[in-house]
Design a binder for this molecule. Structure first.
Ligand SMILES: Cc1ncc(COP(=O)(O)O)c(C=O)c1O
Length: 377
């Protein structure tokens, strides 16, 4: 199968680029002793887990189905975490996971009896400090519901749990800023951490970013682990999958109303939701900073403000031309939806040997079935 034969819209995961990120993960593990569990909330396309499995230690989750998916398709260590578990959820996941992390002390006391003897028990703590560009994604935001704050902790809780999880970074590319947070945690919770077996520092540490000082991060993690006598974990999502995947679309129309808009056969609201939620423009491989032809890359959804970006090209765009929307893996394929009845992008992987493998294709029947089946009595 050649790229030119594929019908847009589709995602193309590049195995070689994925391996390049994973090699950095391997380097981090080797110099720090940290274990890495893939955050399935960011990327769950299990058709490429054969590539990721040899490098990482397992998966972590945010809801019951992710726990089961990690257990079934990835293996290794399965961490279960949710902001809120029902009793049924806990019963379902306790037998599938190695660690179950509760978000609050009330969830811990309500459900711990269902987990004891089955999985290691943890609690999410909120250090009250964070590194996050946007308030929406800041776990330490005012009135945060994510994890227990130091001044709300029952001091005896540490005698009843095996580990804790902190998550306080979002796309943190600055190793020194991360080390400052690590020091803050050690100062604030150090004595309690000494009693535990494991500590997870969550995700959001962008150690695969070009130029990131992986050895410096590794040394800081190693020192922290030795100081408190714990096995450390990180829960990377975006760092593993960053810059591996394009969303390939076709220009279906060009309209003009003060600016030229190239309408493509995809929409941020359905296929690249974070562009919309975080108001972060996408980047287009074919664009050129010095180009004199400016276009809005517009979605074909009905939402008036739904656009991928405004960007420039060296030559005018033409109807029928394909565009590659870069870096479209993390928090993207996991959030696809059927809004407007748009065609769902297929998912392909270009393997290292050049072969293109189909991981998923969707059709009208999938759309219809997602809405109703005949009344099921
Ligand atoms: C608890 C937890 N762990 C891990 C992650 C993964 O973060 P990232 O994809 O930024 O590495 C997140 C993201 O929100 C999270 O909430």
């Amino acid at each position: 199968m050649q790229n030119s034969e594929l019908k847009t819209p589709y995602f193309m995961i590049n195995e070689e680029k994925l391996i390049a990120n994973l090699e950095k993960a391997k380097q981090l593990k080797a110099c720090s002793g940290v274990k890495l569990v893939l955050a399935l909330k960011c990327f769950s396309t299990w058709g490429v887990f054969d590539v990721i499995k040899p490098y990482l230690d397992g998966t972590t989750s945010s809801g019951p189905y992710e726990v089961r998916l990690g257990h079934e398709t990835f293996g290794g260590e399965t961490h279960a975490y949710s902001v809120g578990y029902t009793e049924d959820d806990v019963k379902e996941v306790a037998g599938l996971c190695d660690k179950l992390i509760f978000n609050s002390q009330s969830q811990l006391s309500a459900h711990r009896h269902l987990v004891e003897g089955k999985a290691s028990i943890g609690l999410r703590l909120n250090p009250g400090v964070s590194y996050a560009g946007q308030d929406l994604a800041n776990p330490a935001r005012e009135f945060s519901r994510l994890g227990v704050q130091a001044d709300h902790l029952d001091p005896t809780v540490f005698d009843t749990i095996d580990g804790v999880m902190f998550h306080m970074n979002c796309e943190n590319k600055d190793v020194d800023a991360f080390i400052t947070l690590l020091d803050a945690i050690s100062t604030q919770f150090g004595e309690q951490l000494d009693k535990l077996d494991w500590v997870s520092l969550g995700g959001g540490v962008f150690f695969t970013w070009p130029g990131y000082d992986i050895d410096k991060l590794g040394q800081a993690l190693k020192q922290f682990a030795e100081k408190h006598g714990v096995q450390l974990y990180l829960e990377p999502g975006e760092a593993i999958i960053t810059k591996t995947t394009d969303l390939v679309v076709t220009v279906v129309d060009i309209v003009e109303n003060g600016m030229k808009t190239a309408i493509v056969n995809s929409a941020t609201e359905a296929h690249r939701l974070d562009t919309l939620i975080y108001n972060e423009p996408a980047s287009i491989r074919e664009a050129s900073d010095n180009g004199s032809h400016e276009y809005v890359i517009g979605s074909c959804s009905c939402l008036a403000g739904d656009q991928f970006c405004v960007t420039q090209f060296e030559h005018p765009l033409a109807i029928g031309q394909q565009l590659h929307i870069e870096d479209s893996a993390g928090y993207t394929m996991v959030k696809l939806n059927w809004f407007n009845g748009l065609k769902m992008p297929a998912i392909f992987c270009q393997r290292v040997d050049g072969r293109i493998q189909t991981l998923n294709e969707f059709g009208y029947d999938d759309f219809k079935r997602s809405l109703s089946q005949w009344p099921i009595d």
